[in-house]
Design a protein around this ligand. Structure first.
Ligand SMILES: *[C@@H]1O[C@H](CO)[C@@H](O)[C@H](O)[C@H]1NC(C)=O
Ligand SMILES: *[C@@H]1O[C@H](CO)[C@@H](O)[C@H](O)[C@H]1NC(C)=O
Length: 465
């Protein structure tokens, strides 16, 4: 019975499509247009409509520290995103993350099974063998050490080989370093803004402030790419050469380890040595733990103070040390990429967006917001004048654990943009959470970049120098 229904459907769908096209055809079509031409038009329409057979899927696992997520994307033959059901992507998550199973690699891998099943539900069976599945693990696995993380990755590879029909490869199941994450995010955002294929000068740069590290990525000219300084053995080169959907880009990308927001707090508390820190809101005394180290924290009796806090943050950022070995640096002796048009427009995400939203500066319903670095200084001034007690009612959107640090976080964000990356305080920048794409909003996150790379043999990323 079911099979009979399928056959009827299979036969009738093309027929219905053709009828639909006939129905839509303008009735004032010239009479002499002839049956042949009409047939040709029908055929053309029919071919376009069945082209969905050439859609391709990619399944990307994001192994984060707090949880694991799966993203599945579907692209048509022109590499545009196609809906999966009523969504622009499949997105599912489970908690906790892979690193919570450090002693039990098999349990870690098995924790992905429910996500794998969801992905198998949306990718047609016959397409699964041609659908790449990749896993990029981020901060959590980086922290548990090479040996423990490699065992987990191996268990995931075994799981995908034995329990799924997707196409996989040992090299696709890895720990992502910060600069790969930055490059993928650049690809994702520029793809969603339909910039891929345009001159590098029309692409946007990205800054991604995570917990452990902060990444900057933007496209530069070939002439600047050639000038990129050579790095020491074992360090990531500054420039990646990308070939994306037929266009070549030179991508400057750098990840500043230990300058993410949570790591920066530890640095700022560490440089002060003193338990009393001018970035901490009046009325707080406690312990901050990062990377297994405890920092005793309390506010000076006079409370937090933006000018004093700025001094501590500048010390932590080491803006002028080590001294810049190149013509131009950001901070910490890092080459700044030479600037240029690929950085004209900057999309700034993760904690920059989150803190601005939590303190009520931007609207949670806005996927992007146009702001200026100086706005963070204004927000910081207000936060640094607040006591912990008052902050609870002033900032209902900020989590309790973050409240004592709200002055510090905002001062850090301002200082990182202006003193670290050298942006003009009045420059327009875009805070980004999601990007509007066709009739959807899509998360500005690295898995989409990884999917784009996975899907075309002509998409390659190579390190230069
Ligand atoms: C790309 O942009 C740069 C900088 O604006 C410009 O010099 C160059 O001519 C452009 N190249 C093309 C192919 O348009
Ligand atoms: C946020 O945006 C929504 C929709 O545009 C609007 O209704 C709401 O009033 C805004 N809230 C704030 C705090 O601006």
């Amino acid at each position: 019975m079911d099979r009979y229904r399928m056959v009827v459907l299979a036969v009738s769908i093309p027929f219905l499509l053709v009828s639909f096209v006939l129905f839509l055809m303008p009735s004032d079509m010239p009479a002499n247009d002839g049956i042949l031409s009409t047939n040709r038009k029908l055929l053309a329409t029919y071919v376009v409509r069945t082209d969905s057979l050439s859609n391709r899927y990619a399944v990307i696992f994001d192994g984060g520290s707090s949880g694991s997520r799966v993203h599945a994307f579907c692209f048509d033959e022109s590499m545009a995103l196609v809906h999966i059901g009523d969504k622009i992507q499949l997105f599912e998550q489970v908690w906790p993350g892979l690193s919570s199973y450090a002693g039990d690699p098999k349990a870690a891998a098995d924790s992905l099974l429910p996500l794998l099943e969801k992905a198998e539900d949306v990718v047609p069976k016959d397409m699964q063998p041609n659908t790449p599945v990749k896993l990029g693990a981020t901060a959590g696995l980086r922290q548990i050490g090479d040996d423990a993380s490699e065992k987990i990755l191996q268990a995931v590879r075994d799981l995908l080989k034995t329990k799924s029909n997707f196409k996989t490869n040992d090299d696709w199941i890895t720990v992502l370093d910060g600069s790969q994450e930055g490059a993928y995010l650049w690809m994702a955002i520029n793809y969603l803004l339909t910039n891929i294929g345009k001159n590098y000068s029309e692409t946007v740069g990205v800054v991604d402030l995570g917990g452990g590290s902060v990444q900057m990525a933007y496209a530069i000219s070939e002439a600047d790419a050639i000038k990129a300084p050579k790095v020491n053995q074992g360090e990531d080169p500054y420039v990646k050469e990308l070939s994306l959907m037929g266009t070549k880009y030179y991508l400057y990308v750098h990840s500043y380890l230990n300058y993410g927001l949570s790591a920066a707090r530890a640095q700022i508390l560490g440089v002060a040595k003193d338990v009393e820190n001018p970035c901490i809101l009046a009325g707080y005394s406690g312990v901050y733990t990062y990377g297994g180290v405890d920092y005793k924290v309390s506010s000076p009796s006079s409370g937090s103070n933006i000018d004093e806090c700025r001094k501590e943050v500048l010390k932590a950022l080491k803006v002028n040390e080590p001294s810049c070995p190149y013509t131009e640096c950001t901070f910490g002796g890092v080459w700044n990429g030479g600037g240029g048009d690929g950085q004209k427009s900057l999309y700034v995400g993760s904690y920059f967006y989150d803190r601005a939203r939590q303190v009520g500066f931007i609207n949670a319903s806005d996927p992007v917001a146009e702001v200026r670095p100086v706005d963070f200084e204004v927000l910081a001034k207000r936060a640094c004048q607040t006591t912990l007690e008052d902050a609870k009612s002033t900032y209902p959107g900020v989590d309790d654990v973050d409240l004592p640090y709200i002055c510090m976080d905002l001062v850090y964000e301002y200082t990182l943009l202006v003193d670290g990356f050298g942006l003009e305080p009045l420059k327009d920048i875009t805070l980004v959470k999601q990007v509007v794409y066709q009739d959807s909003v899509v998360e500005a996150a690295w898995p989409l970049g990884s999917a784009i790379e996975a899907l075309s043999s002509s998409n390659t990323i190579e390190w230069m120098r």
